[in-house]
Design a protein around this ligand. Sequence first.
Ligand code: ZN
Length: 189
Amino acid sequence: MFSGKTEELIRRLTRARIARQRVEIFKPALDTRYHDRDVVSHNQNSIRSTPVQSPSEILLLAGGACDVVGIDEAQFFDETLVEVCRQLADQGIRVIVAGLDMDFLGRPFGPMPALLATAEFVTKVHAVCVCCGELAAYSYRLSASESQVLLGEAEAYEARCRPCYLAGPAARPLIEAARAAQAPVARTL
Ligand code: ZN
């Protein structure tokens, strides 16, 4: 979240389109936070996509008919996505998958661990910790909900580094103090 992974996905797919490759983009049908059909980044860049209920639909819709398949919010799909991506790649299709690697409890998220293991290339993009400005790998949930899937409204999560994630609510005063002093919270960025 807020790490630029959707931005990076859109950038790569846009370049493939410029190269006149046939591109298809899919996302889980449950992810309609910003738009029903488009994949939209936090910066409001967007690209037309097809919402699907299950990974098997991706195989039906894209298999043999395109050069590049993009998949966003992959963490929300079930484990069958791994086999679908393998079959697409075996057909010579370039498969570009974006997803959150960990849920709000720091647990590997859905099919992401197996996708990371089987991909030829992995790019791990980081957000910036809202508390201290270090690189952030964790999603700190501000609400008390225990559900793994709570769609990422901007106010529901914060990107945090490991120490600030572990500090929990105690890390908040750092943000408030920095805001009050109008001082930058970042040390290294
Ligand atoms: Zn931090």
